[in-house]
Design a protein around this ligand. Sequence first.
Ligand SMILES: [Zn+2]
Length: 125
Amino acid sequence: MHELSIMQNVVQAALDAAKQSGAKRVTLVRLRIGVMSGVVQGSLQFCHEVATLGTLLEGSRLEITELPAIIECPACRSPRTLPNIQSFRCPICQTPAARLLQGRELEIESIEIEIAEPPAQEDAP
Ligand SMILES: [Zn+2]
């Protein structure tokens, strides 16, 4: 499943970040996902639960920010947000889009962690 391998990568990246911060638990993962990324959000939620089992992320929440598709219109010379992704034309003048500026993102926006208790003995300098 496409979404499962995506979530495994996300979980791994979040784990790396969490370990560097000395986290004992990750409580929230925020993703930014473009509407053109081809990812099914409901499926991501399910795969998040599966991929986080037995890790520092187990029980964490997944928040997804959906980014609309933005094209560059060669006629208007402006970025235009597509109202839907069925049509790749400028919504103002109907000129076919030249370039996709946003919409294929699939990235971690941020994670929230719980920091582990500081160790009992201190290594003060
Ligand atoms: Zn236009």
